[in-house]
Design a protein around this ligand. Structure first.
Ligand SMILES: [Zn+2]
Ligand SMILES: [Zn+2]
Length: 350
């Protein structure tokens, strides 16, 4: 059973989205894995606040959560932290969390061991029609990128000198009685070298925030909650470490005409009593823009459904396969009949 999302973020049900956002930021900064290395309970807490915020930041999902106590399929919200998903990229949040801190992350002592860049997140909003066709989008985003001035070393002009603490050996030895203890030099992290001078551009972190432009192709059939992973498009690594990945989180706006469930689409339409009783031909616009014809047989009942095979969404892995369109009909019963109309109906049906 999931915890109360409001409780998780320490806010109340009546709080504004701005207050929720603020609370989230504070908690995200406090429990971020980078600030709590090796602390599993912080990582778990971080996962929980992300899960909570994922719901409460979205007005529609928040409403759903307030009403039902849960939102849709929970598997859509797995954050996959185990995969090193450690950073949130959304509307400058990333910069706020790391931009100013990047200097201290690298510090003048130099974080010189290779480390992988953080994974980044980008939220993409699509219409149902865009999901049907697939889209190609150009993204602009700021991301920690290898510093040009020091080529990522964090040292001014890339110049490094032998570590004075360990004389280049990378380890420190201490004698305790008969035992000789050995530990990794904390000043150079075992590399035996430190920066001669810290790079002024990146304050020794080896990275600076840079704007990137990325072209992303979103395949047809993509659904709300899907994530697209772009390998190596996350934050640049440090000291030769590999880049993180970029995760595109797909959010689909609700559509006026169609509701989606997997590859099938659902549409509701209203018939007059005559249309339902006598039968008729309906025309409607499919998701692909074509005009579809649907034969309504005489004697159709309210709530009856008709299936238009192959008129749903494309299957994500094979474009040629499509789901169905299910049309549910309602029957509009006339109100405010005149006496004459009432008399006619009685003659017909009594
Ligand atoms: Zn630099
Ligand atoms: Zn050293």
């Amino acid at each position: 059973m999931s915890k109360d999302y409001y409780e998780t973020l320490g806010v109340s049900r009546s709080d504004s989205s701005e207050a929720i956002r603020k609370a989230y930021r504070q908690l995200a900064m406090r429990y971020h894995p980078d600030r709590n290395p090796g602390d599993n309970s912080a990582a778990e807490k971080f996962r929980e606040i992300n899960e909570a915020y994922e719901i409460l930041r979205d007005n529609e999902k928040r409403k759903q959560y307030d009403t039902y106590g849960h939102v849709g399929d929970r598997s859509n919200f797995d954050f996959d932290l185990s995969n090193g998903f450690s950073s949130i990229f959304e509307g400058g949040l990333f910069e706020e969390m790391f931009g100013r801190d990047m200097g201290s992350m690298g510090s003048s002592r130099g974080r010189q061991h290779a480390s992988r860049g953080e994974d980044l997140r980008y939220d993409m909003r699509l219409t149902l029609e865009e999901c049907f066709k697939g889209v190609s989008r150009q993204l602009r985003m700021n991301a920690p990128s290898t510093c040009d001035s020091c080529r990522g070393t964090g040292a001014e002009n890339g110049e490094q000198v032998v570590c004075p603490d360990c004389q280049g050996g990378g380890v420190l030895r201490t004698q305790r009685g008969f035992f000789s203890m050995q530990r990794t030099c904390s000043r150079c992290h075992g590399t035996g070298k430190i920066n001669r001078r810290t790079c002024a551009e990146c304050h020794g972190s080896g990275r600076t925030m840079k704007e990137r432009i990325l072209n992303v192709v979103v395949p047809a059939g993509v659904d709300d909650g899907n994530r697209i992973r772009l390998q190596g498009k996350g934050a640049s690594g440090m000291n030769g470490g590999e880049a993180g990945d970029l995760y595109i989180f797909i959010h689909v706006q609700s559509d006026d005409n169609f509701k989606r469930k997997d590859d099938d689409l659902y549409h509701q339409t209203a018939l007059s009593v005559n249309q339902a009783a006598l039968g008729c031909e309906l025309t409607l616009r499919g998701i692909d823009g074509r005009t579809l014809r649907l034969q309504i047989p005489s004697g159709t009942q309210p709530g009856q459904t008709f299936r238009l095979s192959g008129e749903g969404m494309p299957h994500l892995s094979s474009r040629n396969r499509r789901g169905d369109l299910i049309v549910k009909v309602q029957v509009t019963i006339p109100k405010n009949l005149s006496d004459e109309q009432k008399a006619t109906l009685r003659r017909l049906f009594d």
